[in-house]
Design a protein around this ligand. Sequence first.
Ligand code: F3S
Length: 278
Amino acid sequence: MKVKLASNYGFCFGVKRAIKIAESYENASTMGPLIHNQDEINRLKNDYNVGLYKELKDVKDNDTIIIRTHGIPKDDLKNLKAQNAKVINATCPFVTTPQQIVKKMSKEDYSILIFGDADHPEVKGVQSYGQDQEDVHIVLEPSDLEALNFKHNKIATIAQTTKKKEKYLEIVNSLILKNKEVRVFNTICDATFENQDAARELSSEVDVMVVIGGKNSSNTKQLHSICKENCIDSYLIENESELDSKWFENKTLCGITAGASTPDWIIQQVVNSVESYN
Ligand code: F3S
């Protein structure tokens, strides 16, 4: 089977940075999974004894705790510091930015609107920086706006870093129709765009597509949905053990891309396996 890799794929800047930080603190623990990739988390655990997730209540004096790329809620950070833990912040700078915007704009009496998944750790962390939690609103669709009651007549909006910009624009458009002042911050991450554009291009020229990444990773799921739009035979896997030879029957060219938390060694194993199919 012939394989073609997307022109952009895999680890983004924030994840590379977090892994480098984790590798430099042997025996540290992370608050929540450091990144959305179980295989890489296992490697960090085996090679550096990093990756023992801790509940806040388990943290002991002088423990070294690494904050994951997606960040954690403000109060969790405060409590960690209060427990005398050594806190190493591996939050991606592109996630720290929306946290700081929410903090600043809510101090300036803006109502806050976040476009994102309310259950995603990044959004929970960003949301926590609002001064008035009742005036921090989270939406996924323009239609979600109807039920909202903003406390102020000026609104600041930010987006989860991995969201689609087209949908963000729809939400912002709806807001402008009904509100006098809307401050829009484009907090969507370029790394996500670049991997998405490359996946869009590649999936329209191959007859089977494999997307590698954590099944709970939002940016991997989005890559998969983009690929499916162009190539119905698009499959999402976490590693080469999930490949199925049937997917490649009567196909000639397989495109491969990977989410922002997928390490190169996993991608290479998948490439090797796919190439071995006839
Ligand atoms: Fe950061 Fe963007 Fe990666 S927000 S963690 S560089 S996808």
